[in-house]
Design a protein around this ligand. Structure first.
Ligand SMILES: NC(=O)C1=CN([C@@H]2O[C@H](COP(=O)(O)OP(=O)(O)OC[C@H]3O[C@@H](n4cnc5c(N)ncnc54)[C@H](OP(=O)(O)O)[C@@H]3O)[C@@H](O)[C@H]2O)C=CC1
Ligand SMILES: CC(=O)C(=O)O
Ligand SMILES: [Mg+2]
Length: 598
């Protein structure tokens, strides 16, 4: 360590690096960056000449840097070498002891939002400990940092706001977005999750406060998919909000006017997409999240030609649901083509899933897509989507307008269509009523019921309702988690049908292969990889998804199959192709274990 309290990366490269304890042991297999003092990839060669040159710190600055801070886990030697003497109490804790203490403290909070805030504080204080906690306690902490609690956090974001997380790009930044991107401290970005806050979960327009979603999704990219935190960038685009309650709330953190639309909106998005590619290169993955459907489909169609883009709500959800359906065939029998599907909700999630099911059936049976789509029916707020409504339908609904007489409510649609699978993607809670579930149970020995809407308050029904009303015959999964249910002496474990199973591994697959575009074949590969991870033990409990406890292994398999597909399609730029892609994906994953600083 040089005697100054901070040293620039340039200085380190000029000679003091090796003596400063570079720890290459747990470096990444990708990224190609320069290692900083602590063994992190921090900046690429050309970034060294930018005015934002990287510096590392010691003393109190080190303690306040969440990326490198280890709190009480700094060793005696590190305390000496890094000017920490006296800044910490004498005790030295292992990371495991810190973890035990934090879990104990977290469990004292009875209000979920308080747990969320405690986790965000930890992320801002000690990043590795945050990820260690999340990875080691994933089933317990997912509902805290993700759905359902993240929904409440977004609703109250203005009130609970402490330190800013992520990058805010508002209409005020029009014409300056590239400069805004350059203000972000990290230069090597591999994944951006971006929202404009208009459809946050099933909670509607939360404007700028939607930031909780990209922050939460990216923490899962790291914890579940092993993408390193420094290469993840959460972004919220603020074009205003139509949420009157927020506009009138004195603590609202966003622009205080109605949403910009049309040309003004499109130009801001265009500038952002252009700047992101210019600043981070063409291999940066841009994940669109929780946009309203009147923008989401158009943005995906427009930018999938020129950028590496992925819409989680349309594509990630489709892939996770298809995986559950493929797995469920072990329980319900038949092939996918033998089933009939009915959706409540014909938006991003509903039509996205429908299309991927139709594609998979078409792939399996060689039947044309127009035919396989006919096995799938959707209900929107106006009733069953049928051909007589064609003229007034939004573009993304048109492929689902089959010949049938008009049907108004869901119950009548169930009776008319006689589906084997019922999927809720409406964003409206309690819409799978007792009559609807009973009708499904009267039609099927094992009705498959997926209540995808988030958060829990918007779930189409609860796990208990699904099992009780079907007399224990339903196979059930939901977007937000439910506890196991005991019905007539038997314990039923509901699965979580959430795109969180897919996007972390999917993104990792794109990154490790250096993919330049996303294709439907990759989504199908991800579905098949996830379905293959469901074990007999899971099926015995009625599960159609594996538990999240194994998610890193699952993500490695998804990543490997997505990467393999990218290579097969000629869309991978990282050559040569690694032989064992699963091992390679695992070797690329971020580890939250502390590094030793010499
Ligand atoms: N589990 C998971 O992984 C995921 C879950 N979701 C959840 O799915 C829900 C929907 O998301 P998304 O598809 O993006 O939203 P959209 O707004 O795109 O679509 C909602 C659809 O539901 C329909 N709808 C609304 N109210 C009713 C009603 N009372 N009866 C019948 N249909 C109704 C709408 O009808 P109309 O078109 O007529 O307005 C629309 O077709 C959200 O709660 C979201 O959290 C989303 C992505 C992933
Ligand atoms: C899970 C998710 O992406 C959603 O509810 O929007
Ligand atoms: Mg979403």
């Amino acid at each position: 360590m040089s005697s100054s309290n901070s040293s620039t990366l340039k200085e380190m490269r000029n000679g003091s690096v090796s003596e400063n304890g570079l720890d290459y042991k747990s470096g990444y297999g990708y990224g190609g960056g320069v290692k900083d003092q602590y063994g992190e990839d921090s900046a690429t060669e050309d970034q060294l000449i930018t005015p934002w040159s990287f510096s590392v710190a010691s003393g109190s600055t080190l303690l306040r840097d969440p990326r490198y801070n280890k709190g009480l886990a700094f060793t005696e030697k590190e305390r000496d070498a890094h000017y920490l003497r006296g800044l910490l109490p004498p005790a030295i804790f292992t990371q495991e002891l810190q973890e035990k203490r934090l879990m104990h403290n977290l469990r004292q909070y009875e209000v979920p939002l308080h747990r969320y805030m405690a986790m965000m504080d930890l992320q801002e204080r000690n990043e590795r400990l945050f990820y260690k906690l999340l990875i080691d306690n994933v089933e317990e902490l997912l509902p805290v940092v993700y759905t359902p609690t993240v929904g409440e956090a977004c609703q109250k974001y203005g009130s609970i706001f402490r330190r800013p997380q992520g990058l805010y790009i508002s209409l005020k930044e029009k014409g300056k977005i590239l400069e805004v991107l350059k203000n972000w401290p990290e230069k090597t970005i591999q994944v951006i999750v971006v929202t404009d806050g208009e459809r946050i979960l099933g909670l509607g327009d939360l404007g700028c406060q939607g930031m909780g979603i990209p922050v939460g999704k990216l923490s899962l990219y790291t914890a579940l998919g092993g993408v390193r935190p420094s290469s993840c960038l959460p972004i919220t685009i603020d074009v205003g909000t139509n949420n009157e309650k927020l506009l009138n709330n004195e603590f609202y953190i966003g622009l205080r006017h109605k949403r910009a639309t049309g040309k003004e909106y499109e130009e801001l998005l265009e500038e952002f997409m252009h700047a992101a590619k210019q600043n981070y290169g063409e291999k940066v993955l841009i994940q669109f999240e929780d946009f309203a459907n009147h923008n989401a489909f158009d943005l995906l169609a427009k930018y999938s030609k020129s950028h590496l883009v992925f819409n989680d709500d349309i594509q990630g959800t489709a892939s996770v649901v298809l995986a559950g359906l493929l797995a469920s065939l072990k329980l319900v029998g038949g092939t996918l083509a033998d089933h009939k599907f009915l959706f409540l909700g014909a938006g991003e999630a509903g039509t996205g899933i429908a299309e991927l099911i139709a594609l998979e059936i078409s792939k399996q049976t060689k039947a044309p897509l127009e035919e396989t789509r006919k096995k799938i029916w959707l209900v929107d707020s106006k009733g069953l989507i049928v051909s007589s409504r064609m003229e007034s339908l939004q573009q993304f609904k048109k492929p689902w307008a089959h010949e049938h007489e008009p049907v108004k409510g869901l119950l009548d649609a169930v009776k008319a269509i006689k589906p084997t699978v019922l999927i809720g993607s409406s964003g409206v809670g309690k819409t799978f009523t007792k009559e609807v579930v009973e009708a499904m149970a009267s039609l099927n020995e094992k009705p498959l019921i997926l209540a995808l809407s988030n958060p829990t308050s918007q779930s189409e029904c609860t796990a208990e309702e699904a099992y009780t009303w079907s007399k224990g015959r339903a196979i059930f999964a939901s977007g937000s988690p439910f506890d196991p249910v005991e019905y007539e002496g038997k314990v039923f474990v509901p699965g979580q049908a959430n795109n969180a199973y897919i996007f972390p591994g999917f993104g990792l697959g794109l990154i490790i292969s250096g993919a330049i575009r996303v294709r439907d074949e990759m989504l199908l590969a991800a579905s098949e990889a996830l379905a293959a991870q469901v074990t007999q033990e899971n099926f015995d409990k009625g599960l159609i998804y594996p538990p999240f406890t194994n998610i890193r292994k699952i993500s490695a398999h998804i990543a490997a199959d997505v990467a393999a597909k990218a290579y097969e399609l000629g869309l991978a730029s990282h050559l040569p192709r690694p032989k064992d892609l699963v091992k390679y994906a695992e070797s690329c994953m971020y580890s939250p274990v502390y590094r030793s600083y010499r």
